[in-house]
Design a protein. Structure first.
Length: 544
């Protein structure tokens, strides 16, 4: 318990200081807080307002945390609730590493080194306090690995069930858990099929597969069907105009920094993988060799779980299916630690604190030491390179370490959401009634979070959003907030009124313009002037 409190406090403190003192955060984290906020504080509070494009677990965890925002407003308007969420999950992940070490009867000295190798790794610390979903994913995959290792050693079916539960919960954190589930399914199939009695081989294998895959199957089916009922989309992240595929396609078409993030360059992919954990290749080769020579299949568990997710991340970037963010390779860190831990075979009775009695154990000890002494500096250096650590939570530290070379006032990532808060304050001072401002929250969530009067907005998850969008002048809408169509083509207002950004579409008058952190025009606020006049009437009036 003390260890959990220590690490959760550490991660929260790092995230809080970065966000509140230096205004450094990833917008994905605060957008998830907004998703939780819609459930509680929108005009139509309901659970499905959490959204179906992104996995709901982080936002669901943040819902009760946001209840405390009445006493601590920063939980909501600065997205600190997300920091609480990720800190708790990453601290739980550190405890999972410790439990794996205890299960393997590793001496207290090497056990502490293993926990530190994971929990104090610079990117683990950063993403433990980031407010994003990587912490929840890391926790769930480690949870799965722990119980899968236990099942391999003693064949207790309860451990296989817990591994399946971990995958099911992990699916609600990130879709990348699916490759891990496929890896686990193949691993269990081969292992059970080879060792089962020939007469019951098929049924025994099917039973074990059902146990481990049932939770994630239920999670995927229920989530998809719920999305279909609410939004008529089974897998919104793939088919929705807000989803990942649409965003990547749009970024590739427009070019610029986002298109470079989806680069298909294998050199860049390798640099990000090995920049995150420089010993991932050596550790993987060592695990395979150990499994073959010792016939201990436990060494393959980290490869079929973490390795499957990492291979999917690399494939996604090379094929330009996903953005190749540096953080997508975060699981290389726990994979190397877990590979080191499985090189100690369980034994009866405790080991001495620094006992490494076999060659595999000595290899594991060296791997842990090198991961700290060499790996930590390599990761820091890679993260500060904008080409490798290609998100502001990594290369943004340049402005803290070298303020003369990277003045804070000139760095766009230090001005995130500043103008969103200015716009929210401007709108709050109007004292408008509820439902006066219509906007698609795909990009305007920062304005909604920053506002002290969230019910003045008609947002995408409101039940009457579509009807208000079609005839805003009949539904009490006084203003409409639009996102720049040259930045995103997912704004519902621009889809409904294609010319509105440029000329008001005959129903609005431009009253306010907001620029983004990079200096580009980001939002336009239009005052609703009434229904557009029919063309026929307009032509008759002109003839008269």
């Amino acid at each position: 318990m003390a260890l959990f409190v220590f690490f959760s406090t550490l991660y929260f403190t790092v995230g809080y200081v970065l966000m509140m003192r230096y205004n450094m955060f990833d917008p994905d984290s605060t957008s998830r807080v907004a998703n939780a906020g819609y459930v509680l504080e929108s005009r139509d509070p309901h659970l499905s307002a959490v959204g179906f494009v992104w996995n709901p677990l982080p936002s669901l965890v943040e819902i009760p945390i946001l209840r405390l925002a009445q006493w601590w407003p920063e939980l909501r308007d600065h997205g600190i609730a997300g920091v609480v969420q990720s800190a708790l999950f990453m601290a739980g992940a550190a405890l999972m590493v410790r439990r794996i070490a205890l299960d393997r009867d590793i001496g207290s000295g090497w056990r502490r080194i293993a926990v530190a190798c994971f929990a104090l790794q610079p990117m683990i610390v950063v993403y433990g306090g980031s407010g994003m979903s990587e912490a929840a994913e890391t926790f769930c995959v480690l949870w799965c690995v722990r119980h899968l290792l236990r099942w391999v050693e003693d064949r207790h079916v309860g451990d296989l069930a817990f591994a399946g539960v971990a995958l099911g919960v992990g699916y609600l954190a990130r879709y990348e858990v699916v490759p891990a589930a496929l890896g686990v399914a193949m691993f269990v199939t081969v292992l059970v099929f080879r060792q089962a009695v020939p007469t019951t081989r098929m049924s025994t294998t099917a039973a074990h597969l059902a146990i481990v895959l049932f939770p994630i199957t239920v999670a995927a089916v229920v989530w998809a069907l719920t999305g279909w009922v609410v939004n008529q989309e089974l897998f919104a992240t793939l088919t929705s105009r807000y989803g990942n595929e649409s965003q990547v396609a749009g970024a590739m078409a427009r070019g610029g920094p986002l298109s470079r993030a989806a680069s298909a360059d294998w050199v860049v992919v390798s640099a990000r993988m090995f920049g995150m954990q420089p010993f991932v290749g050596i550790a993987s080769a060592g695990a395979l060799l150990y499994a073959v020579l010792s016939r201990r299949v436990a060494a393959l568990v980290p490869l079929v779980t973490f390795g499957a997710v990492l291979m999917f991340a690399a494939w996604g970037q090379v094929s330009s299916t996903t953005f190749g963010w540096f953080r997508f390779y975060l699981l290389a860190i726990p994979m190397v630690v877990c590979i080191a831990l499985v090189c100690w075979a369980p034994q009866r009775g405790p080991r001495a604190p620094w006992q490494a009695e076999t060659r595999p154990a000595k290899f594991a000890a060296a791997l842990l030491i090198l991961s700290v002494v060499v790996g930590f500096p390599v990761t820091v250096r890679a993260s500060l390179n904008e080409r490798i650590g290609n998100q502001q939570l990594q290369f943004g530290f340049n402005s803290l370490l070298h303020p003369d070379q990277y003045p804070a006032q000139e760095q766009w990532y230090r001005r995130l959401m500043v103008n969103d808060r200015v716009l929210a304050d401007y709108l709050d001072r109007m004292n408008l009634p509820d439902g006066s401002i219509l906007m698609d929250t795909f990009n305007t969530w920062g304005v909604w979070l920053s506002s002290e009067r969230p019910k003045q907005f008609i947002v995408t998850s409101d039940y009457d959003f579509k009807t208000a969008l079609n005839r805003p002048w009949l539904h009490g809408v006084k203003y409409m907030l639009l996102s720049n169509p040259e930045i995103t083509d997912a704004d519902a207002v621009n889809v409904r009124y294609p010319s509105m950004w440029y000329d008001g579409a005959g129903i609005g008058e431009l009253v306010y313009t907001i620029y983004g952190a990079t200096g580009d025009e980001r939002f336009r606020l239009y005052k609703v002037t009434g229904p557009p006049r029919p063309r026929l009437a307009s032509s008759q009036n002109s003839e008269r």
